[in-house]
Design a protein around this ligand. Structure first.
Ligand SMILES: Nc1ncnc2c1ncn2[C@@H]1O[C@H](COP(=O)(O)OP(=O)(O)OP(=O)(O)O)[C@@H](O)[C@H]1O
Length: 238
C-alpha cells in the first residue's frame, strides 16, 4: 500500500502540490486525471523520488520512503514510465528487458514482451535503444520493460502519448494483463476516457489539490456532465 500524507511542493515561488493525502491500496488500478498544469506529473515524480516534497510523508507498506533515492524506491518495487522515455545509447532492447526483469531471461521471453506491446520482436530485439527509435517505438519498449520488471507499484505518465498507430485496445489489454497477472498497483496519468473506464479508482487533481476521488462510477458522470457541449476528456484513438 502506498500512502501520501500532507504532500506539498513548490517551485519558483508557486505552490504546485497542496497538502495531498492519498492512499493507493494493493493491486488497484488508479487513474489520475484533471486539467493541464494541475499537478499530476509532479505528483508522480514525488512518488518515484525524482523530486522531493517540501513537506509531508510517503509510506510504502508502512515504511517511510520520503527521503529514499529513485534507485532505492525502484528496488523497493516502484517503477516509473516517463511521458518522454529515456534513450540508452549502447544498450540493446534485449539488454534493457533483461536488466528490467532482473534475471537472465531467454530471447524468446524478451520477444514475448515486445509482441505484447505490438512490436515485431525480430525487428527490435537487437536494436540499440538510441535516437534511431521513434518516440512511439521507444514508448512501447518502455512499457515492455515495465512489464518485465513486475514491480509492486508502476506509475505511467500519459502512456497513450505518441502511440497513435498502435491500436488503443492493445494498450488497455496490456494494463489489464499487468493488473491481473502481477496483482500490482498501477497508477496511470491519463486524459483518455477509455483508460478512465477501466480504473478501480479515479483521482482528479486540479490546481495542486485532489478535487475528487472515487470509483469511476462515482467520478465520471460528474466529470462528463460538467459541460456536455465541451468534452474535456479525449476518446481513445480508433
Ligand atoms: N520545476 C518547476 N518550476 C516551475 N513550475 C513548475 C515546475 N514543475 C512544474 N511546474 C508547474 O506546475 C504545474 C503543474 O505541472 P505538472 O506537470 O505537474 O502538471 P500536469 O497536471 O501533469 O499537466 P499536464 O496535464 O499538462 O501534463 C504547471 O503549472 C507547471 O508549469
Amino acid at each position: 500500500m502506498l500512502e501520501l500524507k500532507n504532500i506539498s511542493f513548490s517551485a519558483d515561488g508557486k505552490q504546485i502540490l497542496k497538502n495531498i493525502n492519498l492512499v493507493i491500496d494493493d493491486a488497484k488500478f488508479v487513474v489520475i486525471t484533471g486539467p493541464n498544469g494541475g499537478g499530476k506529473s509532479t505528483l508522480a515524480k514525488v512518488i518515484a523520488g525524482i523530486i522531493t516534497p517540501d513537506s509531508g510523508q510517503i509510506l510504502l507498506d508502512g515504511q517511510d520512503i520520503t527521503d529514499w533515492s529513485i534507485t532505492d524506491r525502484a528496488r523497493a518495487g516502484v517503477s516509473f514510465a516517463f511521458q518522454q522515455p529515456v534513450r540508452f545509447k549502447g544498450v540493446t532492447v534485449k539488454d534493457l528487458i533483461t536488466l528490467a526483469s532482473g534475471k537472465d531471461i531467454s530471447t524468446a521471453a524478451a520477444c514475448d514482451y515486445l509482441a505484447q506491446v505490438g512490436l515485431c520482436a525480430k525487428d527490435y530485439i537487437d536494436r540499440e535503444v538510441n535516437a534511431s527509435l521513434s518516440g512511439g517505438e521507444l514508448k512501447r519498449i518502455e512499457i515492455a520493460t515495465v512489464m518485465a520488471r513486475k514491480t509492486k507499484l508502476t506509475l505511467f505518465d500519459e502512456p497513450e502519448a505518441g502511440i497513435d498507430l498502435w491500436s488503443f485496445k492493445n494498450l488497455i489489454d496490456v494494463f489489464e494483463k499487468m493488473h491481473d497477472e502481477i496483482q500490482a498497483s498501477i497508477m496511470i496519468i491519463s486524459h483518455q476516457e477509455r483508460i478512465l473506464n477501466i480504473a478501480d479508482q479515479v483521482v482528479v487533481i486540479s490546481n495542486g489539490e485532489i478535487a475528487q476521488i472515487g470509483t469511476k462510477e462515482e467520478v465520471l458522470p460528474g466529470l462528463f456532465g460538467i459541460d456536455p457541449g465541451c468534452r474535456y476528456f479525449q476518446g481513445g484513438n480508433e
